[in-house]
Design a protein around this ligand. Structure first.
Ligand code: ZN
Ligand code: ZN
Length: 319
C-alpha cells in the first residue's frame, strides 16, 4: 500500500499515518487521512540493558550483543517506529581488528606496556544501531543572565530571538549503545549512503526502534532544545560568562528519518577481564571503548611527585 505523504497546513511538517493532529504545532489533520494499520512484530528484549533487537529464527542470539545478558522474545502490537533505511558497512572485520590494535597503542603511557600485545579479541560482531536524523527550521526565543552590562551587580538579564536551521542532525535511539559511544562513532557515518536493505555484513545484530512515536518525538524535541540552547550559549549571549539559559523553540518543517547505522562491537580480554570497544562501520578511525590503566605506573608517578615535594621542602628548610 502506498500512502501519499501529507504535510501539516500550518507548519509544513510531514504528518504520519494515524496522526489526528500535527505533533509539532497541534493543527488538526485533514479528515480523509488513512488510519494506522495495526502492526505486530516480534523482537528480542535484553533483560539486562533493555535493548531491543530483531528476532531471527535462524540465527537466534542466545545472549545480548551489548551486555551479554539473557534475551527474551517479546511480542509488540503497538505500531512502533520502524527503520526506513540502512547505512551499509564499508569497513570489514580485518579493518575493525586493526583499528582495535591501533586504538590500544594510542592510549598513552599510563596504560599497561603490554596492553596491545596481550589483549585477546574475544568477540567481534556487526551491529546496526538505530537513530533519528532530522531537518527543521525554527524560531528560538532565549533568555539568560550574563556579566555583560551588569555594572555593579554580578549578572544582568538578556534575551532575544533567532531563527535556526537544523540539517541532518543525528539523535541516538539506541538502548544498547551508550550516549557517549554514539557521540564518538556517529560522526564517522555518511548519512547520504542510505540503502533499503542491510548491506556489507553477515549475521549482524539489528537493533529495533522500540519507542512509541509520541515518545520518539519527545526525545527528538528534547534533543532539538539542547542543541538550540548550546547554539544560543555559543553565539547569542553577550559577555564572557552566563547562567540560567532558557530557550523556547517553535518548530517548522520538522522532517525525521529513522535509520540504522553500522558499527562493530567487540570485546577483548586483558589479564582475565573483558573490555568493550565500538568502531564505526563506515570509518574505522572513529573508535571508542574501555581499557585498563597501569596501577604500577600511576603509583610510580605519585611516588616521584612525593619525592620531588620532599626534596623541595628539604632545600627550603635548609636555608
Ligand atoms: Zn503543524
Ligand atoms: Zn543487553
Amino acid at each position: 500500500m502506498t500512502t501519499a505523504i501529507q504535510n501539516c497546513e500550518r507548519c509544513e511538517s510531514p504528518l504520519e499515518t494515524g496522526d489526528l493532529r500535527c505533533s509539532i504545532c497541534g493543527q488538526a489533520s485533514p479528515a480523509d487521512r488513512p488510519h494506522a494499520e495495526t502492526l505486530t512484530i516480534q523482537i528480542l528484549r535484553c533483560k539486562g540493558c533493555g535493548a531491543a533487537t530483531a528476532y531471527d529464527i535462524e540465527h537466534q542470539a542466545p545472549s545480548c550483543t551489548f551486555c551479554d545478558s539473557v534475551v527474551e522474545v517479546e511480542t509488540v502490537d503497538d505500531p512502533m517506529e520502524q527503520s526506513e533505511g540502512y547505512l551499509p558497512f564499508t569497513t570489514g572485520q580485518d579493518e575493525a581488528r586493526k583499528a582495535m590494535r591501533h586504538w590500544l597503542s594510542s592510549l598513552g603511557w599510563f596504560r599497561p606496556s603490554d596492553l596491545t600485545t596481550s589483549a585477546r579479541l574475544e568477540q567481534l560482531k556487526p551491529l546496526w544501531w538505530v537513530g533519528w536524523v532530522f531537518d527543521a527550521e525554527s524560531e528560538v526565543s532565549w533568555a539568560a543572565d550574563s556579566n555583560a552590562g551588569s555594572r555593579r551587580s554580578a549578572w544582568a538579564p538578556h534575551s532575544g530571538q533567532v531563527n535556526m536551521t537544523f540539517d541532518d542532525i543525528l539523535v541516538s535511539a539506541s538502548r544498547g549503545l551508550s550516549q557517549s559511544e554514539v557521540s564518538a562513532i556517529g560522526p564517522g557515518c555518511d548519512l547520504g549512503s542510505i540503502r533499503d536493505q542491510p548491506e556489507g555484513a553477515q549475521n549482524a545484530t539489528i537493533e529495533q526502534f522500540d519507542l512509541q512515536r509520541s515518545q520518539a518525538r519527545q526525545q527528538i524535541i528534547a534533543a532539538i532544545q539542547n542543541i538550540a540552547a548550546a547554539r544560543v550559549e555559543q553565539n547569542e549571549i553577550p559577555g564572557t560568562s552566563f547562567r540560567k539559559t532558557s530557550v523556547s523553540v517553535v518548530l517548522r518543517k520538522l522532517i525525521t528519518r529513522r535509520i540504522s547505522l553500522p558499527a562493530w562491537v567487540l570485546a577483548y580480554r586483558y589479564k582475565g577481564r573483558l573490555y568493550r570497544m565500538v568502531i564505526s562501520g563506515q570509518d574505522a578511525s572513529y573508535v571508542t571503548g574501555t581499557a585498563p590503566y597501569s596501577i604500577a605506573k600511576i603509583i610510580f608517578v605519585a611516588l616521584c611527585a612525593v619525592v620531588a615535594f620532599l626534596a623541595f621542602f628539604a632545600v627550603v628548610a635548609a636555608r
